[in-house]
Write a protein of this length. Structure first.
Length: 341
């Protein structure tokens, strides 16, 4: 399905620049060291100061770009608060540094900061040990498990210290920022309690990773909750955005700002419906999660991409299993297999 959405800007801001995208709303773009090579961050005019939304990953080059923003964009006005949409390191990775550097507090949902603190506290052995349990159930061999242990806990490298929140955000909250009132909309599936921000007056939705153009957010089963159904949570969360006007300017964390929210919501639903059907067709005979990954991801994957792909394949299998459309069995080695019911 082709999205009928409009990208309203040509190009994107360079590092250290800020483009105004709506009244009191500015777009910053920071690099990431992955195939998805950037994240969009947002500056909101807040009276005599600013509110920052999301941080970028914990790297010295990102700190340097922030210093450029401080000197060339903020116009001498102070940052008043930091809002983090969710715990992933490209969104919260510099929360500790920014709050200390600027002398401000972090605002986040309870589920996101607790998840950040929990994951950050795990040493390499604990983190990789949890993943080993998951990946063995998924059918992966000793060579892959060894690479998991070599990798350790990448979250601790990609996210600096995690500050305690100065304010807990909850679904339905309203935050007064400058001339605009922003409603907190909490989505699930991609992260535990992902905070999105909607301003009716500005006509803007800061969607984070919950609604992205061109690409779909990763929806993965996590090692600490192997029976979970995050895809059901994600699909239900899409409905939360249906009441918003279709001409809302959507500010995603990746790719480009766009209009055409309802079309994109339907396209995301259609995408997952197609993936579920592909998964179901691929499980005419029993499949391990390892065997299901190529059904959904037909290109060659590096290890970084494979870690995400395993979690996403398991999310689709679990969803079909919970719906009763797949049956899950466990063999004598503890490996799961899924087959059409």
């Amino acid at each position: 399905m082709t999205d009928r959405i409009d990208y309203i800007f040509e190009g994107q801001p360079a590092g250290g620049e800020a483009w105004q995208v709506a009244e009191g709303v500015f777009w910053i773009r920071m690099p990431l060291p992955f195939a998805l090579d950037h994240i969009n961050l947002w500056l909101l005019e807040d009276g005599d100061g600013w509110t920052v939304v999301d941080t970028g990953i914990n790297r010295e080059e990102i700190k340097d770009l922030w210093e450029t923003v401080f000197t060339s964009v903020l116009g001498g006005r102070p940052v008043k608060r930091l809002i983090c949409t969710h715990y992933h390191p490209d969104h919260m990775g510099l929360a500790g540094w920014l709050t200390e550097r600027l002398g401000v507090g972090m605002w986040a949902t309870d589920g996101e900061w607790r998840m950040a603190a929990q994951v950050h506290a795990k040493d390499d052995a604990d983190f990789s040990g949890e993943l080993e349990i998951m990946y063995r159930k998924c059918g992966y061999d000793e060579g892959f498990i060894g690479r998991v242990h070599e990798r350790g806990n990448p979250y601790r490298r990609r996210a600096g210290s995690i500050p305690d929140p100065a304010h807990i955000l909850a679904d339905g909250d309203r935050i007064e920022i400058g001339r605009h009132s922003w409603q907190v909309i909490v989505g699930r599936g991609h992260a535990p309690e992902h905070a999105c921000l909607f301003s009716e007056k500005a006509g803007v939705l800061i969607s984070g990773d919950q609604v992205l153009p061109k690409i779909t957010p990763n929806i993965s089963v996590q090692a600490g909750d192997l029976e979970a159904d995050p895809l059901a949570q994600y699909l239900a969360s899409l409905d939360l955005f249906e009441p918003l006007p279709d001409n809302t300017l959507v500010l995603p964390s990746h790719k480009w700002p766009f209009r055409g929210l309802k079309q994109r919501l339907q396209s995301l639903r259609d995408h997952h419906a197609d993936r579920l059907e592909e998964t179901l067709l691929g499980c005419v005979t029993p499949r391990t999660v390892r065997e299901a990954v190529p059904i959904l991801f037909r290109r060659e994957l590096n290890d970084h991409q494979l870690f995400f792909a395993i979690g996403e394949a398991l999310a689709h299998l679990n969803h079909l299993w919970k719906l009763g459309r797949l049956t899950r069995t466990v063999d004598e080695d503890g490996i799961w297999r899924f087959v059409r019911s």
